[in-house]
Design a protein around this ligand. Sequence first.
Ligand SMILES: C[S@@+](CC[C@H](N)C(=O)[O-])C[C@H]1O[C@@H](n2cnc3c(N)ncnc32)[C@H](O)[C@@H]1O
Length: 321
Amino acid sequence: MSPFQLTRTLPEHATEAALRSDVRHGLTRTPKTLPPKWFYDARGSELFDRITELPEYYPTRAEREILRARAADIAAATDARTLVELGSGSSDKTRHLLAEFTGLRAYVPVDVSESALQGAAKTLLAEHPGLDLHALVADFTAGLTLPGTPGPRLVAFLGGTIGNLLPDERAAFLDAVRGMLAPGDFFLLGTDLVKDPSVLVAAYDDAAGVTAAFDKNVLSVVNRELGADFDPDAFAHVAVWDAEREWIEMRLRSLTGQTVKIPALDLAVEFAAGEELRTEVSAKFRRAGVERELAAAGLDTVRWWTDTQDRFALSLSTPAG
Ligand SMILES: C[S@@+](CC[C@H](N)C(=O)[O-])C[C@H]1O[C@@H](n2cnc3c(N)ncnc32)[C@H](O)[C@@H]1O
């Protein structure tokens, strides 16, 4: 058997139907919204990788610092034979785990971006030629069927991506993660922590404008897939800290009054001058809240690690006894 298999659980028509439904629902409500998963076509995935290298975008560096320092502890605590990674993207930080997981038999990266999975597989197979790599093109919010690889299983969800889910979506997601775990399996979760708002806003609105290009990429995806006529230059990228809900919102602000046509939906969407379309929330967390949400899903937190500047946390949890 080849060490690399790629399974698509998102056939093209399903993706298109989901995009149509999200765009129709999100652009006909007030305030207008689009879910962040549509950022990640090949260009969006590339732009995200550039974001992770920006001086303002500390989460990747902070999480990498923890992974470097703790990968051996994680390997020892979990003794995992299979690593499942949700929203794996480039899998770049995962390489610190793979280097320490000497007993690992299978790696199952799961992402909506097939181009990101293909890119990651190329690098990982060169570094770990014996690894059984089973990539899944899938939506991690939509119920996953994982391949029957050996246990114990470690499910990882890195990058603070959990913060992109709204609180009710997060609860449903954590319940689904709990459903993937047998006794003796573990869940490794990366969460960005609440900190000075100026640091947070800068991380989502960098001086070089890469995050702005990433944000506007969702408009290009809707143009390409649904024949819409969004002019990305007619919108400004905005990042706002919501102190009450403790999350960053990325928004696209319409610079003028304008009508956008979306022929595939037979829809014309009116934007008032200054009206904002929310494209992402990125919730920031505190330890007690993370442990409470994990416990509500039936998961006991057994380890909590932060980087030396307390910017980011990794937690390891396991099904409650
Ligand atoms: C913020 S990036 C994090 C990437 C990587 N884990 C890291 O830590 O750098 C989010 C990743 O999750 C993927 N993603 C977003 N929503 C998803 C969904 N609903 N199902 C599967 N993958 C998703 C994106 O394609 C992207 O690769």
